[in-house]
Design a protein around this ligand. Structure first.
Ligand SMILES: [Fe+2]
Length: 411
């Protein structure tokens, strides 16, 4: 027989149920992980600025491996990936556009709007290819033409919903959750015309110290984000890849217990470590294998960083092969130039050079894997003398063989 409750008892029961639900919800939210998704170096070029231009493809082919011609497919797949990952925020660490075209920025802002409509906040900082670029271009048939660039005030207007302005350029705090803030630190230099290096100045230091003090008082974990590197990653790319003033930022991180900086700029997936501080340089999204990272702050205070490749299921059939071939082809073209031997030998070496370069850039090169040195192409390459590629390989092979995809940091 069903037990019957009086009206008063029902109200009491309902109140008790609501209280239990509220307690459960607050316990869940107190225990909930904070999840960030990070992308960097989109180098997006609005398609009307290059569509149908073989001249653009030829120029890109002589470049550093960017697959900017696939921008539309990549952004569509990134949208699906963001919805799949459902982070608490999407963080973009600069080099949003190919070369500072205002049209590209406006198109990206629309894309960010579509992500925020799904309830996922987006936060951006500029890189060295975003503001006051000397020559933003569009590409036609056998020619280029100047297009509108992006001065700081236009950048501020276009991304008004996705950034904040402060005392140090576009440096601000993204308060992602009650447990975690991201100090979005704009170290790009663009007062007159943009230059490649970054700078963490005394103004940045005063701003960041204020943020870190406040976070300490509130008991909030801080992760910093910059476009340029905070630590030196590789001897290959030392100049202009680590920001000027990195010692000052590193010292503040040390004082206030910041253990993770999220950077880009290098285009190589690479994690550097020094005195308990980690600088995770994210591989460029515009290059195969189209990296993004997920950073999770768990209830146990552990920070976990995972670099991932864009999910193939969100890309057109055969896209990954085309994109990989594009990057490999660019490396092979560059390698062939300095090689001598039979056609067959040159092809062997060029293919090896591409495989090596792609493994390094994607963060999957394993130093201790003997197949790299046992490959006949390696001996052939070594016999070429001290070519730039051999020098590059030697530096990579001498690096610390750390894990460049995954990182775990305690409290
Ligand atoms: Fe870049």
């Amino acid at each position: 027989m069903k037990k019957r409750f009086s009206f008063g008892q029902k109200r009491l029961l309902r109140a008790a149920a609501m209280l239990i639900a509220a307690l459960w919800m607050s316990a869940v939210s107190a225990m909930a992980d904070t999840k960030l998704m990070v992308v960097s170096d989109l180098h997006y070029l609005e398609p009307s600025l290059y569509r149908g231009s073989d001249y653009f493809l030829r120029a890109l082919r002589r470049g550093d491996g960017k697959a900017t011609q696939y921008g539309e497919e990549l952004m569509a797949a990134l949208y699906q990936t963001v919805l799949f990952e459902r982070p608490d925020a999407l963080i973009v660490t600069g080099d949003l556009t190919f070369n500072g075209e205002q049209l590209s920025h406006r198109a990206l802002a629309e894309w960010f709007k579509s992500v925020e409509k799904e309830g996922i906040p987006v936060w951006v900082i500029p890189g060295n290819h975003d503001i006051n670029i000397a020559d933003p271009l569009g590409y036609g048939e056998g020619m280029v033409y100047r297009v509108d660039g992006t001065p700081p005030e236009v950048f501020a207007e276009v991304y008004a919903d996705y950034l904040d302005t402060g005392d140090a350029g576009f440096s601000y705090v993204a308060k992602v959750s009650s447990d975690m803030w991201v100090a979005m630190t704009d170290v790009a230099i663009y007062r007159d015309v943009a230059v490649t290096p970054g700078l963490f100045s005394s103004r940045h230091a005063a701003w960041l110290e204020g943020v870190l003090k406040e976070a300490r008082e509130e008991g909030v974990r801080v992760v910093t984000a910059t476009h340029h590197g905070l630590l030196e990653h590789t001897e290959l790319y030392r100049d202009s890849f680590v920001m000027y003033g990195s010692e000052s930022m590193g010292a503040l991180c040390g004082t206030y217990g910041v253990k993770l900086n999220l950077s880009g700029h290098l285009h190589i997936q690479h994690i550097a470590h020094r005195d308990g501080l980690n600088d995770a340089a994210l591989g460029a999204f515009c290059m195969w294998p189209h990296r993004y990272a997920v950073v999770t702050l768990g209830e146990d205070g552990k920070l976990v960083y995972d670099a991932k490749a864009l999910d193939l299921r969100f890309l057109p059939e055969g896209f990954a092969d085309r994109s990989r071939e594009w990057f490999a082809g660019i490396t092979e073209d560059k390698a062939r130039g300095g090689l001598s031997g039979t056609d067959e030998e040159i092809e062997m070496m060029a293919e090896y050079a591409a495989r090596f370069n792609l493994a390094y850039f994607s963060g999957t090169y394993i130093k201790d894997d003997p197949s790299w040195t046992e490959d006949p192409a390696y001996a052939l390459l070594k016999s070429q003398g001290n070519t730039p590629f051999i020098a590059y390989m030697a530096l990579v092979m001498n690096e610390d063989p750390g894990d460049n995809l995954h990182l775990e940091i305690g409290e």
